[in-house]
Design a protein around this ligand. Structure first.
Ligand code: ZN
Length: 182
């Protein structure tokens, strides 16, 4: 155990394991399975900003109910956030199905995420709003583990899953190995 960092409370640069249940509009829409928490490095916005702020200082075993306002979660809903794209210009390797998430690079070279909203005969409508935009999120969280991050994890800004069942090393695409389970 390091002398510089207190390891029993959620703080910047520590890897936190957390179970959660997410309720939106009174409905549970996402939850971790028992014994299968998410892992993130505190202070790196691996999780949404409002939630990160709320878990700061919690100890292992602590539970908390956290209301994260839309502005601190996935932003306000933007009624102008829709773009119609001719099907002919749509990349071949992406399925043309409602709900599919795609990455789009804008004119400034910024990478943006969009979701297919509608597929019609000639065009595809992309929605640049996150599906949870405009929604207040209620999380029930439980801190189940805290450990020091490795130097490599801090450098990359995400947790490495060395114990992934697939046995493949981290390729750093989504902050985990490339088995697609993270
Ligand atoms: Zn990495």
């Amino acid at each position: 155990m390091s002398a510089k960092t207190e390891l029993n409370k959620v703080a910047k640069d520590l890897v936190v394991s957390m179970e959660y249940e997410l309720t939106v509009d009174g409905e549970i829409i996402d939850a971790t399975e028992a014994g299968d928490p998410i892992d993130f490095i505190q202070g790196y916005e691996n999780i949404i900003a409002g939630l990160e702020k709320a878990v700061e200082g919690l100890a292992v075993g602590d539970t908390k109910e956290v209301l994260v306002k839309a502005t601190e979660a996935y932003g306000e809903y933007d009624a102008d956030g829709f773009v119609e794209v001719p099907k002919a210009e749509f990349p071949d390797d992406i399925p043309m199905e409602v709900g599919v998430e795609i990455s789009v690079t804008n004119d400034d070279g910024e990478e943006m995420t969009a979701f297919i909203e509608e597929v019609s005969l000639e065009t595809i409508t992309l929605n640049f709003n996150h599906p949870l935009a405009g929604k207040d999120l209620t999380f029930k969280v439980k801190i189940v583990g805290i450990r020091e991050a490795t130097a490599e994890e801090l450098e990359h800004g995400h947790v490495h899953f060395n114990d992934c069942e697939c046995g493949e090393d981290c390729e750093c695409e989504d902050g985990g190995c490339n088995c697609g389970n993270h």
